[in-house]
Design a protein around this ligand. Structure first.
Ligand code: SF4
Length: 505
C-alpha cells in the first residue's frame, strides 16, 4: 500500500448483522456522537450475558479436540488462525480472519473435504418460521455473517464451499447453504443477500450514501440510539412515524411527499391513474389508508375509529390470553388468562399457569394445565393479540405430543371461538392516532395503565432470568402482574373497539 491508496473502512460480520435490522444503526455506530447513545437496556445486557455463558458452555462440551484462539487478540489472533489452517487443524475456536476491507471473527472454523467452513454459536434458534423440530428458513442476519466469513475464506484460498453452520440453542447444527435458491420461482440466494448487504454497508461506511432513521416498534425499542432517532424523527415529522409505513414505503414517497403533514394535505386521487399510484410498491388502497392515518396523526385531537363494521362474537365466557416465552431458553414459562363472565368486569378473574423451573417437564405441565383450563371453560371465546399464541401452541403440541391431538389445537384457534385482535380486527378495520399498533400503545390510548413502570415482553424475560437466578419471589410476582395487565389490556382494547364509531375513508 502506498500513501495514495485509499484506506477502506473495515466491514465486520456484526455490522452486516445490524444492517439487516436497520442500515441506520451502522451509520450511527460509526458516525454519531457517542454521548447520544442510550444505556443498553437490562434485556439487551441479559442477551449479551446469556450469549457469552451459552458459548462457554457449548465450548466446554465440544467433545473433540480443537485449538482455542479466543484468548488472543488483534493481528496475533489473525496470524495464529492462518497458521492453524495451514497446519490443517480440524477445529479452530475463537479465530480471526481478514482480507482487504473484510474482517470476521467466526466462532468456529472446521476443516472439511476441500477447505474450511465457518460457523457461529448462537443462543437462539438457528432458523425462523419453523416448528419445534426446526425446518424453518435460515435467519438472514445470521446468514450475512456466515457469508462474510466464507467470502474471506475464499479470498484466502481456504474455503470449502459456500456454506456454513450455526450451533444453536437446541444443540443442533443448522447448515446454512448460501447458494441454495430461495424457491423454484425465486432465483435469489442468501449469497445475493450478502452481496447486497455488503455493498450497502460499504456505501454507508464510506459516506457514499446517507441513511435516515426509520421508526419500527420492534427494531427501535431495544436500540441504543432510540432517544436520538426518535428526537430526529419527531422533529422531521418523518413518514415512518405512521403505522405500517416503513423505510421502503418512505423511499417510494419521499421525492414527492416528505412529511406526515404533507401526506395529510394531499388528495390521493391526484396520485392515482389507471388503477395504480405513482409510487412504486404502494397500491391505491394503501395510499388512501396511509393518507387517512396521516390526517388522524396531524388532527391534534384525532380519535380512533372503525373503517368498516366488525363482527365480534358474543359469548358468556370470554378469555383474554397472553403467553410469556423465553427465546433464550426456548421455554414458554407462563400462560395467563383474564376470564370474564356475562360481560361484567366485576366477574374478572386472573388464571395463570407458571413453569416454576426451566425444565421440559415443568413447561409441559404448565401447557397441560392451561389447555385443561381452556377446555373446561368451553364454550368460550378466546382473545389474544397477534398470531404468536397460536404459533406457540402448535409448537408446544409438537414438542409434547402426548398432551393433546393436533386437531384440538386447531379447533381451539378456529374462528369464531378465537379472535386474533391484532390481525383480524385492529389491522383490518381500525385507525388510531398513534405511531404503532402495539397492545401497549393502543390500550394506553384508551386510558389503561400497567402497574409496572417498565412493562414490556423483553423486561418480563429479564425478570424471569433474575427470578431463576435468585429465586426472589418479587420477580415472579412482577411477571404475573405484568402478564395479568397484558391480558386485561386485551380486554380493554376489545371493549374500546366495540365502542368505536365507523368512519368510511
Ligand atoms: S433507533 Fe431505530 S432507526 Fe435508530 S438506529 Fe436504532 S433501529 Fe435504527
Amino acid at each position: 500500500m502506498n500513501a495514495s491508496t485509499p484506506v477502506l473502512p473495515i466491514i465486520t460480520g456484526s455490522m452486516l448483522y445490524d444492517m439487516v435490522a436497520c442500515p441506520h444503526r451502522v451509520a450511527m455506530d460509526m458516525f454519531a456522537n457517542p454521548a447520544e447513545r442510550d444505556k443498553a437496556s437490562p434485556f439487551v445486557q441479559l442477551l449479551w450475558e446469556h450469549g457469552t455463558a451459552y458459548e462457554e458452555q457449548v465450548v466446554a462440551n465440544i467433545g473433540e479436540p480443537f485449538i482455542d484462539l479466543s484468548v488472543h487478540s488483534g493481528l496475533e489472533k489473525e496470524r495464529l488462525t492462518l497458521e492453524a489452517m495451514v497446519r490443517g487443524e480440524q477445529l479452530i475456536y475463537g479465530g480471526r480472519i481478514a482480507d482487504g476491507d473484510l474482517l470476521g471473527y467466526p466462532d468456529l472454523l472446521r476443516k472439511e473435504a476441500a477447505g474450511y467452513v465457518a460457523g457461529d454459536i448462537k443462543s437462539g434458534a438457528g432458523e425462523e418460521g419453523g416448528g419445534y423440530e426446526g425446518e424453518g428458513r435460515p435467519k438472514k442476519h445470521y446468514a450475512v455473517q456466515i457469508a462474510l466469513y466464507t467470502d474471506i475464506l475464499e479470498r484466502l484460498g481456504r474455503a470449502d464451499r459456500r456454506w456454513g453452520f450455526i450451533w444453536d440453542i437446541r444443540g443442533k447444527e443448522v447448515p446454512y447453504d448460501l447458494m441454495a435458491l430461495y424457491g423454484e420461482r425465486n432465483p435469489r440466494r442468501l449469497w445475493d443477500d450478502y452481496k447486497d448487504c455488503l455493498g450497502k454497508a460499504r456505501d454507508i461506511t464510506s459516506r457514499a450514501i446517507i441513511t435516515l432513521p426509520a421508526y419500527g416498534s420492534g427494531t427501535c425499542k431495544n436500540c441504543v440510539w432510540y432517544t436520538a432517532c426518535i428526537k430526529y424523527l419527531e422533529e422531521a415529522n418523518d413518514l415512518t412515524l405512521i403505522p405500517e409505513l416503513g423505510r421502503s414505503k418512505r423511499e417510494a414517497l419521499i421525492s414527492r411527499i416528505g412529511t406526515i403533514r404533507e401526506l395529510a394535505r394531499i388528495n390521493p386521487a391526484d396520485f392515482i391513474a389507471g388503477g395504480r399510484t405513482v409510487f412504486a410498491g404502494i397500491g391505491p388502497p394503501t395510499l388512501e389508508k396511509l393518507h387517512a392515518r396521516a390526517k388522524l396523526l396531524t388532527a391534534g385531537d384525532g380519535k380512533p375509529y372503525l373503517r368498516e363494521p366488525v363482527n365480534l362474537p358474543k359469548a358468556d365466557v370470554e378469555l383474554f390470553f397472553d403467553l410469556e416465552v423465553d427465546p433464550m431458553r426456548d421455554l414458554c414459562y407462563l400462560h395467563g388468562f383474564i376470564e370474564r363472565r356475562g360481560g361484567a368486569n366485576e366477574s374478572e378473574r386472573y388464571f395463570s399457569f407458571f413453569a416454576d423451573a426451566t425444565t421440559a417437564a415443568t413447561e409441559e405441565m404448565a401447557f397441560t394445565e392451561a389447555l385443561h383450563y381452556i377446555l373446561a371453560t368451553q364454550p368460550s371465546t378466546i382473545y389474544y393479540y397477534s398470531k404468536y399464541e397460536r404459533t406457540m401452541y402448535r409448537k408446544l403440541r409438537q414438542k409434547y405430543p402426548n398432551v393433546c391431538a393436533e386437531a384440538e389445537i386447531e379447533a381451539l384457534f378456529n374462528q369464531p371461538h378465537s379472535v386474533d385482535l391484532y390481525n383480524d380486527v385492529v389491522l383490518k378495520a381500525t385507525e388510531w392516532p398513534t405511531r404503532d399498533f402495539s397492545i401497549k400503545t393502543l390500550a394506553k390510548q384508551l386510558g389503561f395503565s400497567w402497574r409496572d413502570t417498565h412493562p414490556s415482553g423483553a423486561a418480563s424475560i429479564e425478570w424471569f432470568h433474575r427470578w431463576f437466578e435468585t429465586h426472589d419471589p418479587g420477580y415472579r410476582q412482577r411477571i404475573l402482574d405484568y402478564n395479568e395487565d397484558d391480558c386485561r389490556a386485551t380486554r380493554v382494547l376489545l371493549d374500546g373497539i366495540r365502542k368505536l364509531p365507523i368512519e368510511l375513508i
